[in-house]
Design a protein around this ligand. Structure first.
Ligand SMILES: [Fe+2]
Ligand SMILES: [Fe+2]
Length: 279
């Protein structure tokens, strides 16, 4: 299946038009129709979609990577334009979530979960399909479902917590999943934040699809939150896979992006608002 991916929401703007925000969203066009992966935090998706001429009213399905506000906050705006639509995600996307961040010489707890409740979104048109497994919601398009944590160097972000049975516990992110496109040039993997680990996700995708050719990597990789040693282990793993293009962004962070650019040269590009990639 051929596809064109356009970044609708991201932390930075690289094209002449658009608005940056802390978040991620990608618009995917295929011969079978258009799809949306994540929705950003709600500050820019509608404006950027209009400027980039991507019709949110035309999407056939919405895929969500996980329940963080910067991937789900744009849902009401999209639903207002689209009306009823299937939204594929994991049941844990509705967990309450916080980040403990250093601010003003102290620690602050910030709410980072999905900012809208399920009923509101359903009344707005969302038809949730919540699954935990790897599956193929559309021909040639896969959702990874829960990703097994196997690599020793991809550790959970210690700042992030979720409320489980009334208690704040380190967030396990069982809902973290990525989207996979099976294209003639190989697999394209689009991460949301890759909280379960970029390499864990890639390994899971290769095992489930039985395919080894990874054509491109897109989206947020959370490499920014690994130690320098862990980052090098991730880069070594990508090199062994012979990925052709790396167009990551969002929670990859500038330092890790610079390291990727240094390592992969022209095979690396930054996936800012307006970046497009065709297979
Ligand atoms: Fe994110
Ligand atoms: Fe996230």
């Amino acid at each position: 299946m051929k596809a064109r991916i356009t970044v609708l929401c991201e932390n930075t703007v690289g094209a002449l038009i658009g608005t940056g925000e802390h978040g991620f969203s990608a618009f995917i066009e295929t011969e079978a129709g258009s799809y949306l992966f994540d929705t950003g935090n709600g500050s820019s998706i509608v404006r950027n979609s209009l400027l980039l001429k991507k019709d949110l009213g035309s999407i056939q399905k919405i895929f969500l990577s996980h329940g963080h506000y910067d991937h789900t906050g744009g849902l009401p705006d999209v639903l207002r334009l689209k009306g009823e639509v299937e939204v594929m995600a994991h049941p844990h996307m509705f967990l309450e979530r916080i980040a403990v961040v250093k601010e003003d010489n102290g620690e602050k707890r910030r709410f980072v979960g999905i900012p809208y409740n399920r009923s509101y979104l359903e009344f707005s048109g969302a038809r949730f399909v919540l699954k935990k497994e790897f599956y193929e919601p559309e021909r040639g398009i896969f959702l990874t479902g829960e990703v097994p944590r196997n690599t020793p160097f991809e550790e959970p972000d210690p700042r992030l917590f979720a409320k489980v049975q009334g208690n704040w516990v380190p967030d396990q992110f069982l809902d973290d999943q990525s989207l996979v496109l099976d294209t003639p040039k190989g697999l394209v993997i689009i991460f949301g934040c890759a909280h379960s680990g970029m390499i864990n996700t890639i390994n899971h995708v290769m095992e489930k699809t039985g395919m080894e050719k990874i054509y491109a990597l897109f989206g947020g990789t959370h490499l920014a939150f690994l130690t320098p040693e862990q980052l090098e282990e991730s880069i070594d793993a990508i090199k062994r896979l012979a990925v052709e293009y790396i167009g990551v962004s969002h929670c990859t962070g500038m330092k890790a992006c610079m390291r990727l650019a240094q390592e992969f040269g022209d095979r690396f590009f930054y996936g800012h608002v307006g970046a497009t990639f065709e297979t």
